[in-house]
Design a protein around this ligand. Sequence first.
Ligand SMILES: [Zn+2]
Length: 91
Amino acid sequence: MLLIRCPWCGNREETEFRYGGQAHVHHPQDTSTLDDQAWAEYLFIRDNPCGELAERWVHTAGCRRWFNAIRDTATNRMRAELPSARKPVTR
Ligand SMILES: [Zn+2]
C-alpha cells in the first residue's frame, strides 16, 4: 500500500486520494487562435517520464483539498507535497 502525505492531514493510504494528472499544464492564453494540433497537444499530450513527474492529487476521503507532488514513476516514491495554491513544484 502506497502512503501519500497530504500537506494538511499527513500520511494516508493511497485509496483516500484521486490522481488529477500532470501539474502545471497551462491553459492557452488566446484559445480563438489555436488550431486542431495545438488543442490536441493541450488536451491530450502529457509528459511520460521514467522518473520524476509533477502531479496533482486530491485527498478525496479526507480534507478534499488539492495539492501538487513530485512522484517518481519508476518507484512511486513521492516528495515535495505542496498545496496547489502555493509556488509550483518543479522537477
Ligand atoms: Zn488531507
